[in-house]
Design a binder for this molecule. Structure first.
Ligand SMILES: C[S@@+](CC[C@H](N)C(=O)[O-])C[C@H]1O[C@@H](n2cnc3c(N)ncnc32)[C@H](O)[C@@H]1O
Length: 454
């Protein structure tokens, strides 16, 4: 079908809602047009950048009628950097947009549901400086090593000096390391020229115990990396753990099996809800600890666990959910396939003297296949963005736990998964949770109860 608009057309358009990537969406002759940085309620002039059969994209060129919720972004490189998507929208309005993104996903993918089950988004009192870990590329620019981010929708490097969503200590450590590299003539690796030494830095800082872990990511081993250790720890004694990670192709994640401890302890410690967690560099830990604590408490509240319940903590990471449940359940199986996370979970459960959790270091489906347990009362899920998927849903239908608590970081896969479960389960409550302020990411927790009439 021929579209009414074509590339480079300039259009005036009313923005109706926000898409999952934080863009404004308006309709031109029924065609959805996605406009970056346009806000719901605005009328804008936009230049069409691409036209596809079912949608178009456009670039905002003028605000004809701005939203009263539009604000000035706090970050000087916000327009270029791809890290945040919604700094131009006031925080409280964005919280209700996050709920709306879930509503729109449910409208699209669920054959039936009651909108009232979706509650208000739980936000942060102070949404700045929440990230406790950053994995950033390095580049040498005008003779100096810099850390940065990639530009929106591209791999163009944008140098930064400070980031308002990272904890200040992370910014300080990045700054110190790049300055030390300048002094010691250690260069950032440049993939275009294949020259230099360090391609990325991963820095994690821990709440409560104020420890830091630094991982240098290098395409190949280099002895000179050791020169950075002593100046770094004398300037930042909180750095308790340093790794050299050899990653020749950067295809998958930063961490590879060649992660070598070059200074200090294998793990750093974080305190949350009176638990002390020990983190290896590649172990998943929620990036926003303040919200993570609320997230786990909410999961626990919705799960309504009793002393007789056998519980599965699926996609467990270092098993924080199992820690929060602790002796409220009869038995908990924490299932996680990342071995760094599994080791961290074992150490943490032992340190916190939690005895009724069995950590199974396997793929979720394999673990359930081998599980010698006839009855599972409650399953708590916290999967990656791809959601549960068909096979996991089959397993749920086979075990039929009385209650499912589903922590999700992707409203689309959540809605698709729920659609496969609603013949067997009632959706009782969906609680959106803002784990990543100033981004368009939406997390939520859903409580499902097995239908009683079945
Ligand atoms: C979103 S994280 C949640 C971790 C944990 N619940 C927390 O709050 O810290 C998802 C975890 O699932 C793990 N994972 C992903 N796919 C898996 C699978 N098929 N089987 C077991 N674990 C898996 C990942 O390694 C990751 O640690």
């Amino acid at each position: 079908m021929e579209q009414k608009i074509k590339k480079n057309d300039i259009i005036d358009i009313d923005v109706k809602r926000m898409g999952i990537n934080g863009e404004g969406i308006g309709y031109y002759e029924k065609l959805a047009v996605f406009i970056e940085q346009a806000l719901p309620g605005e009328t804008v002039k936009a230049k069409v950048t691409e036209v596809f059969p079912n949608r178009a994209t456009a670039e905002l060129i003028e605000l004809i009628k701005p939203s009263k919720h539009r604000i000035d972004p706090f970050c000087p490189v916000y327009d270029a950097c791809g890290g945040c998507q919604v700094q131009h929208f006031d925080y409280v309005s964005m919280l209700s947009q996050k709920r709306d993104i879930i509503v729109k996903s449910f409208d699209r993918y669920l054959k039936r549901y009651d909108r009232h089950v979706i509650k208000e988004t739980i936000g942060m009192e102070n949404p700045m400086h929440y990230r406790n870990k950053a994995s950033l590329p390095l580049r040498k620019i005008d003779g100096k090593n810099r850390f940065g981010m990639y530009a929106r929708n591209s791999n163009q490097f944008i140098a930064i000096t400070d980031c308002g969503i990272q904890q200040p200590k992370i910014n300080d450590i990045f700054m110190t390391i790049t300055q030390l590299m300048d002094q010691l003539h250690i260069d950032s690796y440049d993939p275009k020229t294949n020259q230099g030494m360090i391609s990325h830095l991963v820095v994690r800082v821990t709440e409560g115990l104020d420890e830091a872990q630094v991982s240098f990511i290098l395409p190949k081993h280099h002895e000179d990396i050791n020169k950075l250790i002593h100046p770094l720890i004398s300037l930042h004694p909180e750095v308790k753990s340093i790794y050299e990670v050899i990653n020749p192709d950067m295809k998958q994640s930063f961490f590879t099996s060649q992660s070598i401890l070059i200074y200090g302890k294998e793990t750093v410690s974080i305190e949350m809800n009176d638990f002390k967690f020990s983190l290896k560099p590649d172990a998943f830990f929620q990036l926003n600890a303040v919200q993570a604590d609320k997230f786990y408490h909410k999961m626990l509240e919705l799960a309504q666990i009793t002393k007789d319940d056998v519980v599965i903590d699926a996609y467990a990471g270092i098993a924080p959910i199992s820690h929060y449940i602790g002796d409220k359940a009869k038995k908990i199986y924490a299932i996680e396939f990342n071995q760094d996370a599994v080791q961290s979970a074992h150490i943490s459960l032992q340190n916190n003297d939690i005895k009724n959790v069995e950590v199974i270091g396997k793929d979720f489906l394999k673990a359930l296949e081998e599980l010698d347990e006839k009855r599972i009362d409650i399953m708590l899920f916290d999967p990656p963005r791809s959601g549960l998927g068909e096979k996991t849903i089959e397993v749920i239908k086979q075990f039929k736990p009385k209650r499912l608590v589903y922590g999700s970081c992707n409203p689309s896969t959540l809605a698709k998964d729920l659609n496969e479960l609603i013949d067997l389960y009632d959706i009782k409550e969906v609680v959106p949770m803002d784990m990543f302020p100033f981004t368009s990411l939406v997390e939520s927790i859903t409580l499902l109860e097995l239908k009683t009439e079945l």
